[in-house]
Design a protein around this ligand. Structure first.
Ligand code: ARG
Length: 631
């Protein structure tokens, strides 16, 4: 028999339910499904001697359609006949407040939860861990809806706050996540956009799991190309154009001077000499560069704000301390890992099938690889991170593997805490006029495409208060969702028609689903605020398969977040958001609020939709979208 003491993690609203044992790394206070899984695990453990609740818990998985949870008995390796074990569990079964029924399919046991408990506890948990503006709360400790922004509380991105879907398993741990990292003076290409989108998502996921997250942008602000631009700036630079759009102007100069360099070899020489002076810390050579960097960062920060992305630190290749690079190279030499080749220093990684790489150029200047090595050392010294993630295109897989292997060879104990998260290529993201190379052009194009789409429905368009903002937000949502819909590593071809569509699994569809949910409450103001959860009669929800389906999805959301942390894949969250939207849209016709004359029924249904809206918004925010209340 198992000791059954109600865990302190069980929320007050569930304390009347039969007591259950505690299981490590579960937390019913943030995830009611943890509690249901323990209930199932306890049944298995009680019926099968030798199987602990902890071990049984690990075997409780989501079931296929029509089943809530499934357990594959063979995984427990209990010896004897699996059929017999299954029989034992079934024979010992009596329905209770957690589990309504059980079925056997050879070695699989399927569990169907008690619908009443399921719906009531899940909706109550969503409500308690949210700032639902329209719900009066049962307890005064519940976070209240005091946040007011022009777009309503769904506009808030406060993931540090304890909200539904978040957990505290990462508490006390620090993550450095480096993403976006464009090159000043070269173009911000779609690869950087992908890094930005995926990186922002991952930063949100870690924050949601209680981690202390530092978002870092590691600008390509150093290297021989800056010698080139300095040379070019003397010929083609204009202060006025620089200030108007630093990123475009520096790029223009870069393109021009590269052309010149093709026919005139002295250009390259003067560029190299210039960069050498920069590396040696010659203030005169650094003066312009500093201005370029500052103006570019300012411009980027504005564009990131549009994308709902924020960096805590703007770092850059220029800021890697020289002594860290020297230290690393000296140590590699001492360890006999470095050899000379025509004056340059080379590290041989052939043993690891990673080829060889230059670590120091002939003229002594640093390079990309060694700046990454020195940069990692400096970051560890400064932040003592528990984990560091680099979100970089799979085109740089070899570079990253060389870099991470070198850190390992240098014997840093934290080297294994550094991880490269990669992603595939995007094809076809050019404007209708030509090739997009700049972030601001991508944002503008997305807004424009969306605006034109919205204008096709004249009546609706006229009703939109701020079409400019709405079209931009919806357009950006379209770009982001298309980017995150499939596995990171897949290449994909960007499609403007698909991006702007309100049908199918698109960003506009998600925004529309959210707007529709927010509009329900607006249509029945007399039902708001809702009574506290304990006073809502949920009989009408218990009787509806549609309502049950929605509740199951809501209950699974905390797990969706945890899985995203493990896999580093946004696609699972995207899939969840669409499944939820589809379940809601299937419910519209039968689960009616406006027009329902029975007030009890209308209130219960409104509660369901309010919870659904809260969770849909949470999943959208996790994906870095800003859920709209109107469009
Ligand atoms: N600036 C680089 C590029 O555009 C990406 C930097 C990635 N981060 C890093 N630590 N190497 O290719």
């Amino acid at each position: 028999s198992t000791s059954t003491a109600t865990s302190s993690k069980v929320p007050a609203f569930a304390s009347h339910l039969p007591p259950l044992p505690d299981v490590l790394e579960t937390d019913a206070s943030s995830c009611m499904f943890d509690h249901f899984r323990i209930a199932i695990a306890k049944r298995l453990s009680d019926a099968l001697p030798g199987l602990t609740v902890e071990k049984a818990y690990e075997g409780v998985d989501y079931g296929k359609k029509g089943v809530d949870f499934t357990v594959a008995l063979p995984r427990f390796r209990l010896g004897g006949k699996v059929d017999e074990h299954a029989k034992k569990v079934v024979e010992a079964f009596t329905p209770d407040e957690y589990v309504a029924s059980i079925t056997v399919d050879r070695a699989m046991l399927h569990f169907y939860l008690n619908t009443d408990t399921l719906i009531r506890t899940v909706l109550t948990q969503v409500t308690e861990l949210s700032s639902l503006p329209s719900t009066a709360s049962d307890s005064s400790s519940t976070p209240s809806a005091s946040t007011s922004s022009p777009n309503g509380p769904s506009d808030e991105l406060n993931l540090a706050q304890k909200r539904y879907g978040t957990n505290q398993f990462g508490k006390g741990k620090k993550l450095i996540i480096e993403y976006s990292s464009p090159n000043i003076a070269k173009s911000f290409h779609v690869g950087h956009l992908r890094s930005t989108i995926i990186g922002a998502f991952l930063a949100n996921v870690y924050k949601s799991c209680g981690w202390d997250v530092i978002s870092m942008n590691y600008l390509g602000d150093w290297g021989t190309q800056f010698g080139l631009i300095a040379t070019g700036f003397e010929k083609y630079g204009s202060q006025e154009r620089l200030e108007a759009n630093p990123i475009h102007h520096l790029f223009e100069i870069y393109v021009q001077i590269n052309k010149d360099a093709e026919s005139d070899p002295t250009v390259k020489e003067s560029a190299a000499a210039w960069f050498k002076r920069m590396e040696d810390g010659d203030e005169a050579a650094l003066k312009n560069w500093r201005v370029w960097r500052e103006l570019s960062v300012k411009k980027y920060a504005e564009e990131y704000e549009r994308l709902n992305v924020k960096f805590d630190v703007y770092n850059g290749e220029s800021m890697v301390p020289k002594e860290k690079i020297d230290y690393a190279i000296n140590r590699l030499e001492e360890m006999g890992l470095v050899s000379d080749k025509e004056g340059a220093k080379i590290i041989d990684l052939e043993k690891y099938k990673l080829g060889s790489a230059v670590v120091r150029k002939k003229d002594g200047t640093s390079i990309y690889l060694t700046r990454d090595i020195g940069g990692a050392i400096a970051r560890y010294e400064k932040y003592a991170f528990d984990k560091m993630i680099y979100v970089i295109s799979s085109q740089q897989d070899l570079h990253c593997a060389q870099f991470l292997k070198t850190l390992e060879l240098l014997d840093f104990p934290w080297a294994k805490s550094c991880q490269h998260v990669n992603y595939g290529l995007v094809q076809g993201m050019s404007t209708r006029k030509g090739t997009v190379v700049f972030l601001d052009q991508i944002i503008k194009e997305a807004s424009q495409v969306m605006l034109e789409q919205m204008m096709k429905n004249e009546e609706k368009y006229k009703a939109v208060e701020d079409p400019e903002t709405v079209s931009r937000e919806v357009g950006i949502s379209g770009v982001k969702i298309q980017d995150m819909a499939a596995k990171r590593i897949n290449n994909y071809t960007f499609n403007w028609d698909r991006m702007k569509s309100f049908e199918g699994d698109t960003g506009p569809y998600l925004q529309y689903a959210h707007v529709r949910l927010t509009s329900i409450g607006r249509k029945v103001p007399h039902l708001l605020p809702l009574p506290p959860p304990s006073q809502i009669d949920i009989a009408t929800l218990v009787a509806s398969q549609h309502a049950r389906d929605i509740a199951v999805l809501l209950g699974s959301y905390p797990d969706v977040v945890k899985v995203a942390l493990k896999t580093h894949e946004p696609s699972g969250v995207v899939t969840f958001a669409f499944r939820l939207s589809h379940a809601i849209s299937s419910a519209w016709e039968t689960v009616v609020v406006k027009g329902e004359e029975d007030k009890e029924k209308a209130v219960a249904r409104l509660w369901l939709y309010e919870c659904a809206r809260e969770v849909l918004a949470a999943s959208m925010r996790l994906l870095s979208l800003r859920p709209l209340d109107r469009m």
